[in-house]
Design a protein around this ligand. Structure first.
Ligand SMILES: CC(C)(COP(=O)(O)OP(=O)(O)OC[C@H]1O[C@@H](n2cnc3c(N)ncnc32)[C@H](O)[C@@H]1OP(=O)(O)O)[C@@H](O)C(=O)NCCC(=O)NCCS
Length: 171
């Protein structure tokens, strides 16, 4: 599939609302919200459209379509500490078709080539095997595991720390 990144637009709020209300999609995230309303989705998209800060977000599209099928983000650009990459492909029928890999590859190219980032961090739940497969393919190294880092209900979840240096990026 042809994967591209574009800026967010207000019409994306419905898709964003749907993604964050799909339990199987948010299950893999390190941080989940208790609830995510239409109004919160509208504000989320508004911030993504006009970042004005250290966090940048892009909508992911496939095969030249208009519709956003997910997003990538770089949190903490322009700081001494390296930014963190976030990824969510919200339309589950696309999983396993290379979209997550390609969307992250495009985001990493922007980070290293356009934003002069010196390193990228990813934090992934240890049990999120698909997400780990993707980052390892892109050249990230497992640098450690934060034990019991996330408290979700009664469960304590381990989080894998992955880092990517520009020279290891598998373009
Ligand atoms: C993680 C995510 C981004 C992957 O996106 P995707 O479009 O399915 O990614 P790709 O198709 O490029 O690659 C997925 C790979 O994981 C593999 N995979 C899927 N489930 C797996 C599992 N249980 N164990 C091992 N590998 C698995 C797939 O086989 C595929 O590898 P392959 O191409 O060698 O077959 C997507 O599932 C997602 O957005 N999930 C919800 C949000 C999330 O978890 N984000 C990451 C938080 S850090």
């Amino acid at each position: 599939m042809r994967v591209a990144l574009r800026d967010f637009r207000s019409a994306d709020a419905h898709a964003v609302h749907r993604w964050f209300n799909t339990p199987q999609v948010i299950d893999g995230l390190v941080e989940q919200r208790e609830s995510f309303s239409e109004e919160e989705a509208r504000r989320w998209v508004e911030h993504a459209e006009h970042p004005g800060g250290a966090d940048l977000k892009w909508a992911v599209t496939v095969d030249d379509g208009e519709e956003a099928v997910g997003f990538t983000a770089l949190y903490g650009i322009g700081r001494q500490a390296a930014p963190e990459l976030g990824i969510l492909i919200g339309d589950m029928e696309l999983w396993g078709r290379g979209v997550g890999t390609q969307a992250q590859r495009l985001t990493l190219a922007r980070a290293f080539d356009e934003l002069s980032v010196h390193r990228v961090l990813e934090l992934i739940l240890v049990d999120n095997a698909a997400a780990r497969t993707v980052v390892e393919r892109l050249g990230f190294e497992l640098e450690g595991v934060m034990r019991s880092h996330v408290k979700r209900g009664d469960r304590l979840l381990d989080v894998a720390v992955y880092g990517l240096l520009p020279e290891a990026f598998n373009r």
